[in-house]
Design a protein around this ligand. Structure first.
Ligand SMILES: Nc1ncnc2c1ncn2[C@@H]1O[C@H](COP(=O)(O)OP(=O)(O)O)[C@@H](O)[C@H]1O
Ligand SMILES: Cc1ncsc1CCOP(=O)(O)O
Ligand SMILES: [Mg+2]
Length: 262
């Protein structure tokens, strides 16, 4: 893909309203990232309104980071509503291999036809039923080790699967792509993966899932590289990253994107 800017433009033009059921750690960071990118985020998770809100939204994201039993039920209600209303929904299976409860909720959500699944290598391995070595929300497996699991998961679920890390991998079960943008500080800042899931949802609202996911990951990684030029550590990286998401032009994105389609 040499023109991800087309998909960035489509997203910014649509300013999609994206409903997010996300974790307490990510809520503020994710909303700011999505606003800087040009989307319109809303964090909505109450039982009485999740399904109704999905009727207003252009996409839904569901993140199991700070799970409880009530939220798990609301997540399923929202996912069903998204499927009924034919809007894309993105699953972020945070730490899905860590506990029986997470494995159970992850499997239930997987059965509800996510459009895209975005996780780190350990999460994608665990969600696919393979042995994974994740440590809480952090990956302890290489992206390359999760590629086969991602392909199998995509074929079994019908979702586009994105495995993120130093080099990201995206597959729809037939096509694959590697995206080698990003900055090594990114995994040292909490909720940047969760926030990326929101950006993937925003792109998927305006672009078919495989192309939209690749463009979202490239855009995010390029913003990381731009932020990394001036940041001296995780603290100064965060505002520089928001500024880069906000200010990035289509020409900059196309010039800096490193995507290999296979
Ligand atoms: N070592 C790295 N070098 C460059 N970019 C990275 C690195 N690790 C993660 N990223 C980027 O950070 C973002 C979040 O991915 P990741 O850290 O895998 O998610 P999570 O926080 O859910 O584990 C992605 O854009 C990914 O490409
Ligand atoms: C630290 C933590 N604990 C539960 S959710 C969460 C945030 C995880 O964020 P990310 O997956 O983006 O690193
Ligand atoms: Mg994560």
């Amino acid at each position: 893909m040499n023109d991800p800017s087309r998909h960035l433009d489509a997203m910014r033009t649509a300013t999609p309203l994206v409903q997010n059921i996300t974790n307490y750690v990510a809520m503020n960071v994710m909303a700011n990232v999505m606003l800087a990118a040009g989307a319109s985020p809303a964090m909505v998770h109450a039982r009485g309104e999740v399904a109704e809100f999905a009727g207003l939204a252009a996409a839904l994201t569901i993140n199991i980071g700070t799970l409880d039993a009530e939220w798990a039920e609301c997540m399923a209600l929202a996912a069903r509503a998204a499927v009924e209303r034919d809007i894309p929904w993105v699953l972020d299976p945070v730490a899905v291999g860590a506990t029986a409860m997470r494995r159970d909720v992850g499997a239930r959500l997987l059965d509800l036809s996510p459009t895209v699944i975005r996780g780190n290598a350990s999460e994608i391995l665990a969600l696919s039923g393979a042995v994974a070595r994740g440590r809480g929300a952090d990956a302890a497996d290489e992206v390359a080790m999760a590629q086969r699991a991602a392909r199998d998961l995509a074929r079994a679920s019908g979702a586009v699967v994105a495995v993120t890390g130093p080099v990201d991998f995206v597959t729809d079960g037939a096509r694959t792509a590697h995206i080698s943008n990003g900055d090594p500080i990114m995994p040292r800042i909490t909720a940047l993966g969760c926030s990326l899931t929101g950006v993937v949802g925003a792109f998927a609202a305006a672009t078919p899932a495989f192309e939209g996911t690749i463009a979202a990951l490239a855009y995010y990684g390029v913003a990381g590289e731009i932020a990394g030029r001036t940041a001296s550590g995780p603290g100064s990286f965060q505002p520089a990253f928001l500024d880069a998401l906000y200010a990035m032009t289509g020409a900059e994105l196309d010039a800096m994107t490193r995507v290999a389609l296979t």
